[in-house]
Design a protein around this ligand. Structure first.
Ligand code: AMP
Length: 302
């Protein structure tokens, strides 16, 4: 099954207590596509500048990632700089330079317009909606990520886009902000009235929670002794989650639960090294070994 993603392909500058990199390939769609490509074919829609070289594009090569929808424009690629706190739980954005992203008008190549699974990564809600409108038949599953920036600045556009979304994937503070509810279960009920029928709340080192009309399912984050850089963990989680669902072609309760585990598995690899370095070297066998480890991690008898 084909999985479509629209979002940023970027260069990042990252600082954490474990080190610093001045320029490394990043972007939500990059992390998502690489993570999802272990499970499914991925159709990528994004824009880069003329500073994005053939060497940079290597990150997508040798994987089932279609880059026909990766537009090239004159100018610089999206650039983002962030710094993490000592415990890696908080980060400050030091710089956001939209560059070619400022004039981005996503256009879906003809072959992408029949995608059955769609992930709208964190970009302006009206751009997310324009992508959805270009998909010819209602997809089997549409998931969306957003952030405080859009919740605060474009609430009406976000509300409009959410009407067409099945699964909202955001973090706990965004969940509270969007719903004006502190309790996450009450927040979920509030969000269901906006359109989505399921909510995946990403909670960093505390794991992730799926809330839908069947109930609640929680998955831990994989315990790591030395996480290095949390950048892209949420997008890699989304890539594992959506990639797994597109790969198996189902959305039963059991498959949604397994998707949560594969999401957490991919997020855990993403944080092990700076930028997407760990994901680039990852092998399928390591993914399955870690998924089995998750199964052991959460088993108990009563
Ligand atoms: P995450 O750590 O999951 O929030 O994703 C981090 C990635 O998102 C980085 O690689 C950035 O390049 C990208 N990013 C940061 N801010 C934005 C933004 N406002 N719009 C789109 N992508 C962004």
């Amino acid at each position: 099954m084909s999985l479509l993603v629209v979002g940023s392909v970027a260069f990042d500058a990252l600082e954490s207590p474990y080190g610093k990199v001045d320029r490394i390939i990043g972007g939500a769609a990059t992390y998502f596509a690489v993570a999802a490509s272990f499970f499914s074919r991925v159709n990528l829609v994004a824009i880069v500048g003329d500073d994005f070289t053939a060497l940079d594009a290597q990150i997508f090569k040798g994987r089932p990632i279609d880059t026909v929808g990766l537009e090239r424009a004159e100018g610089k690629s999206f650039f983002w700089a962030g710094r993490y706190s000592e415990n890696l739980n908080e980060r400050v954005t030091l710089t956001t330079e939209l560059n070619v992203f400022a004039q981005f008008q996503p256009k879906l190549p003809e072959t992408y317009r029949s995608s059955k699974y769609v992930f709208l990564a964190n970009i302006a809600p009206d751009l997310q909606r324009s992508v959805l409108q270009q998909v010819r038949v209602r997809p089997k599953l549409v998931a969306l990520d957003t952030m405080n920036y859009w919740i605060e600045r474009t609430p009406d556009e976000l509300r409009e886009t959410l009407k067409h979304v099945d699964i909202l994937m955001i973090n706990d503070s965004e969940t509270r902000q969007l719903s004006s509810e502190h309790n996450l279960l009450r927040a979920a009920r509030h969000i269901f009235k906006m359109g989505p029928s399921a909510l995946v709340i990403k909670r960093g080192e505390y794991g992730a929670m799926l809330v839908d009309n069947k109930g609640v399912f929680c998955v831990p984050a994989f315990p790591l002794e030395e996480p290095h850089d949390p950048t892209g963990a949420g997008d890699s989680f989304a890539g594992g989650f959506m990639g797994y669902l597109a790969g198996c072609g189902q959305k039963s309760d059991a498959s949604l639960r397994r998707a949560m585990v594969y999401g957490s598995v991919m997020g855990s690899f993403a944080v092990e090294q700076f930028g997407p370095d760990r994901l680039r070297k990852l092998k399928r066998s390591e993914i399955h070994a870690r998924a089995r480890h998750f199964s052991k991690l959460t088993q108990f008898t009563l």
